[in-house]
Design a binder for this molecule. Structure first.
Ligand code: MG
Length: 138
């Protein structure tokens, strides 16, 4: 398997941009924006290049399923019997974020550009009174 970031950027680039690697397991200083997250996350992306787009899409749907399963168990067992549900859900959301980040990279988009385009779309809908309803292009 190939580490796509290291293959494209060369080892040491993240240290220059985001700070010092703290140990051999690729821990970096806390990320503070989406693009920084995306670039660091990419260092952990190990899958065949010919499976770009497909691999993170399958992973994203799997992780979204894990979110749904944990929420399902809240319904079945009740919140009182799942005291750590917020922590558990936050970890699954993080897994989703990783796959979203990697998928965005596979199609050549910065995560911040996707986030801003999404906010622009939603704020435009809000300004036109079209937040409710359905359809991608309302
Ligand atoms: Mg998970």
């Amino acid at each position: 398997m190939t580490n796509l970031y290291l293959e494209e950027q060369g080892e040491g680039q993240l240290e220059k941009e985001f700070g010092t690697r703290t140990n051999e397991t690729h821990k970096y200083k806390r990320v503070s924006d989406l693009d920084m997250y995306q670039r660091v996350a990419k260092t952990t992306a190990i899958y065949p290049r010919e499976q770009a787009i497909i691999y993170p899409t399958l992973g994203l749907t799997g992780e979204a399923g894990e979110v749904a399963n944990k929420v399902k168990k809240l319904i079945r067992d009740g919140y009182e019997n799942n005291k750590d549900y917020r922590e558990a859900l936050s970890k699954e959301i993080g897994d989703c974020l990783w796959y979203i980040s990697i998928l965005a990279d596979d199609i050549g988009f910065k995560l911040s550009d996707i986030a801003n385009a999404n906010l622009d779309k939603l704020l435009d809908r809000a300004n036109r009174g079209k937040l409710s309803g359905s359809g991608d292009n309302r």
